[in-house]
Design a protein. Structure first.
Length: 94
């Protein structure tokens, strides 16, 4: 079947592409236990950007959401686990 329904859906490793439109995902959208690549960090706070960078949280690095609890995400970055609030998790694009 040349033009099947599945042929119309193109799935990138970290984003869904439908007819050349990319739907951005954040850590809030991540599946638990699945590794994603950080695409961008969109904070307005240079100090927060520096802090995240010091943790190894910057574009091009893998990140995994380990669990979610009461407005937070526990993430695994490199060899560490960190808790980030949902507000910050929404600013980390995967």
């Amino acid at each position: 079947m040349a033009n099947s329904f599945l042929d119309e859906w193109l799935v990138d490793a970290n984003s869904l592409s439908i007819e050349n439109q990319v739907i951005d995902m954040t850590l809030l959208d991540a599946q638990l236990g699945k590794e994603y690549m950080i695409r961008a960090i969109e904070t307005d706070d240079p100090e927060m950007d520096s802090f995240l960078f010091s943790l190894g949280c910057y574009p091009g690095e893998p990140i995994t959401v380990v669990s979610r609890r009461r407005g937070t995400c526990v993430v695994s970055i490199k060899d560490g686990r960190y808790t980030v609030g949902d507000e910050l998790a929404a600013e980390i694009k995967i």
